[in-house]
Design a protein around this ligand. Structure first.
Ligand code: SF4
Ligand code: FES
Length: 253
């Protein structure tokens, strides 16, 4: 049988977007150290529901580090202190018996709080949408080797494509910049032959949308890379800046 611990929670509770919020204390008892962090919150919510209280609102979907919906600040760190993972991949064995854990939502002007730990991250969706479509030839399926792509380019593009849109990079940045997220999307397509047709238009529109959504400027702090659960490198930001320069100065249109 797995060991159990008791943890003291300080959870941000906020009834709605305009309601005042505050940290509320909870005691989570007999928590198996094999549980994930979200399962621990499920147990707390079961108790709250049984006693007629409002459960803590938090987002989750895949619970395996794929969808990007579960992000919260755990003890002041986006996704918690375990590097390379999302909150749903964080386990209670990382915490000690009697520990106090503070849980807060992402804090960024572009991520308004919906309720408790849930924030509206649709600004990231609008940045992606601003990038527009990718032209493809429709018709019969192309032969798999018809478009040769160098191995290193394919690897770099796939590394960038790993971004799950969780928003931790924004939450960790003192400027609430979405540069890491946007640059991952820009880089992914800019490296591949399939992304060349709209390459210039895409980067300009995505950067403009990023600014319009109120995200801050990147000042090379590196906090985004440190908390990114998918290991997206800030080299993507340098690539995005080069792409933007190429699109707006060298090859506009
Ligand atoms: S770059 Fe990393 S931290 Fe930012 S949204 Fe993508 S996966 Fe999340
Ligand atoms: S619930 Fe999908 S990444 Fe955590």
């Amino acid at each position: 049988m797995s060991a159990t611990i008791t943890v003291h929670l300080k959870v941000w509770r906020q009834a709605g977007p305009r309601a005042p919020g505050r940290l509320v204390d909870y005691r989570a008892e007999q928590i198996s150290q094999d549980m994930s962090f979200l399962e621990m919150l499920d147990v707390v919510n079961d108790g709250l529901i049984r006693q007629g209280d409002e459960p803590i609102a938090f987002d989750s979907d895949c619970r395996e580090g794929i969808c990007g919906s579960c992000g919260v600040m755990v003890n002041g760190v986006a996704h918690g202190h375990e590097p390379g993972g999302t909150v749903c991949q964080l386990h209670m064995r990382r915490f000690s018996d009697g520990e106090t854990i503070t849980i807060e939502p992402w804090r960024a002007r572009s991520f308004p709080i919906v309720k408790d730990l849930v924030v509206d991250r649709s600004a990231l969706d609008r940045v992606i949408a601003a990038g527009g479509y990718v032209s493809v030839n429709t018709g019969s399926a192309p032969e798999a080797n018809a478009i040769p792509i160098a191995r290193d380019l394919a690897e770099q593009a796939m590394d960038s494509a790993q971004c799950i849109g969780c928003g931790a990079c924004v939450a960790a940045c003192k400027n609430a910049s979405a540069a890491l997220f946007t640059s991952a999307k820009v880089t992914h397509l800019a490296l591949l032959p399939q992304g060349q047709v709209e390459r210039s238009r895409r980067v300009v529109r995505m950067v403009e949308e990023m600014d319009a959504e109120g995200f801050g400027m990147c000042s090379n702090e590196g906090e985004c890379e440190a908390v990114c659960p998918k290991g997206i490198s800030i080299a993507n930001i340098a690539k995005m800046n080069r792409e933007f320069f190429r699109a707006s100065v060298l090859k506009p249109g």
